[in-house]
Design a protein around this ligand. Sequence first.
Ligand SMILES: *Cc1c(COP(=O)(O)O)cnc(C)c1O
Length: 646
Amino acid sequence: MSTVIDQTKEIYGIDNWGADYFGVNRKGNLTVISPENDTHTADVKEIVDDLHKSGFSAPVLLRFPQLIFGQVRKLQIAFRKSIKEFEYNGGHLCVFPMKVNQNRAVIEEYLKEGSRHGFGLEAGSKAELYAALGLEQTKDSLLVLNGFKDRDFVQLAFAGAAAGKNVVIVIEKLGELEHTIAIAKKELKNDPNTPMPMLGVRVKLYSKGSGKWEKSGGEAAKFGLTTTEILEVIHRLREEGQLDLLRLLHFHIGSQLTDIKRIKNAMKEAARTYSKIHKMGAPIEYLDVGGGMAVDYDGSRTSFVSSANYNAREFANDVIWVIKTVCDDEDVPHPTIIQESGRYLSAYHAILVTNVQDEIETVVESRVPVSVGVNDKQIVHELFELRESINSKNYREYYHDALEHRDELFTMFNLGLIDLEDKGKGEVLFWDICEKADQFAQQKKYVAEEFDELRQLMCAKYLANFSVFRSMPDNWALEQLFPIVPIHKLNKKPTEYATLCDITCDSDGIVDKFVDLHDVKEILELHSLTKDEPYYIAMMLVGAYQEVMGNNHNLFGVPHEAHIYISEEGYMIRNVIPGDRLKDAVRSVRFDNDVLQSTYRKAIEKQIKEGRISDDAGQRMINFYKSQEDGYTYLSPNGYEKTKRR
Ligand SMILES: *Cc1c(COP(=O)(O)O)cnc(C)c1O
């Protein structure tokens, strides 16, 4: 017999996409499970209540650094096992691509665990490199530099090498090679012993990835050198007597690679290229297979865009096996494999919790019972007839009739043939018919698609206190799915169907696609809202890309952030970083808060002077405007008394 908790876990798919990091406790609250010890759990609802009491109300981003550790270990162990199983002679190292989440907490926590395995960093811009150079990495880890580079970028790489880092400049364009050669000459002239960065080349593969980012690979890709260009690099380096610097071959065929077959093809092609370069006399030793290891956001284990049809172990097996086979065939030593997995390492660790502020009233819910009399128009009578006689046999036909009648209703209204009251009655009757049709349809074994759409149209719209653009931009931009779960009441069956609206003034600010094992759900099962009691939901797996791609739409700022450690005693809130206040939000678009304050004050003072408002009322307005500069950019949750921030 399955319990209600088992059932709700299944509804939200927690065990499918949760990678053993998430559970539900006896109180019906969502928990985060320590990867080190699964008896150590943190109750997310308690964390949120705690934060609220300290003045940090929803939305809050919760970071669980231990989940980064967990992912690092999972990846490291997967490769270690495959290397052993296939008697592979090279090693495996990761470099975390900073662009996925450059937040200090993420990078530092990653390095803490990663350093134990020789894991380093990947930077794709000057700013990322600048940050990386000021961080400590272990001696054997790499700092790989991708992206387009100007002279300063290359010079910074030399600065890194001088500081003892194992820097690899990956040449994406031939001009970068010329900068490198010129700077190397200059540095060596000053000091013949100056440490040199290593060089890599990024190859443009014929093989493409799969999924939303497949444009990153293939012949028309933005990045990488063609075969002729790679030969030119080798030729130039040999000419300069610097071929020894060429140590790495890089490729990256896209993020969230959903299909392992495509990955294998790319590996084959890259391993061949690697072997040929080796045979040309370059001391190449690293094969950088890029990022792209997918996160199974919907838990379906398929090649669907929000999923992956492989796990870490299968990925490692395929990489190791293909590279070993090709290198053995070519009779070259096995390279050390470099992996630039960002999404896989960081997605799980962050969740955004927010409250459902309210329900948006639509005509569907606000219907009042109507009666029809002799004075009503014919169209109203016809809709009334449909409503009275719809049944399980004719519901489809009657529903279609109702759709037609509704069109007619609007046409008549636009022509001035009926008044507002007729229109109102007609609309209510129409939705009554829809509701009945929906009920009949859902009783059938096979529900026609049009009724699924109807259900989405009729379902509740929950107003969630967050900005999709700020906190889940890939959902808006790329229709990427993220699991969404209530953090409490999971011991009660959800009774409502809803889609989510965010609080931006943008009709795109909605979430109406949800993870499902077999399909994509257009509506999410949620609990009914209770007056004076907050209802919290969590957007899961948002630790990769979302924070840094999130934008400032409507000036909803960065939410509060808390770092949580899970231990035997439950959870510990280590660090709370307040989110943006109104004054931070206006500053981000270059307003001067002091000027805004003084202009407002002057306007009020003028009103007082001219006798339009009282001195007292004016002062209150000035004080209120002043106090708001420290307010949170999000809505204050309902159902709570006001609390003061610490
Ligand atoms: C974006 C990027 C990555 C990270 O990809 P993930 O899918 O997050 O693992 C790695 N390497 C390069 C060159 C990239 O541009």
